[in-house]
Design a protein around this ligand. Structure first.
Ligand SMILES: [Ca+2]
Ligand SMILES: [Ca+2]
Length: 140
């Protein structure tokens, strides 16, 4: 696993572990993303001491879970028919810059396709996301 992903996972799993806003900025920059860290800090650093704790981050993500799930589903459901097909997954991942074959997408869907119809409906998607978030230590 990518070191930065592991570091993020460790941070989220650790209770009450603090990072400074400056560290958070360095971390986000490391991903090459242009996230507005000042804005993020103003949301996360509730008591304005210049630090955010893993509990703050967890609380925010859990509070925003439904919106976060909804947005993710809409991103993945490329043709907007309410189901994530192999073609949806393939075109979305390619658009995000991931080199992946149709066959790999087909295999990726199988473990989450509860009713075996070859597409991920919203219910199956929520189960998949919930499982993923629990593996990151979120109590949901
Ligand atoms: Ca679709
Ligand atoms: Ca299905």
């Amino acid at each position: 696993m990518d070191d930065r992903i592991q570091a993020l996972k460790n941070f989220i799993k650790g209770k009450n572990r603090k990072i400074s806003i400056a560290e958070l900025k360095a971390f986000v920059d490391g991903f090459g993303r242009s996230i507005d860290v000042e804005n993020l800090a103003s949301i996360l650093d509730v008591d304005r001491d210049g630090f955010v704790t893993s509990e703050d981050v967890r609380a925010l993500i859990v509070a925003e879970k439904d919106r976060f799930f909804d947005r993710g589903f809409k991103t993945l459901d490329g043709d907007n028919d309410g189901r994530i097909s192999v073609a949806d997954l393939h075109s979305t991942l390619r658009r995000l810059g991931t080199e992946i074959s149709i066959e790999e997408c087909r295999e990726a869907i199988v473990p989450y396709d509860g009713d075996g119809d070859g597409v991920i409906d919203y219910e199956e998607y929520v189960k998949m996301m919930t499982r993923g978030m629990r593996s990151w230590g979120f109590d949901i």
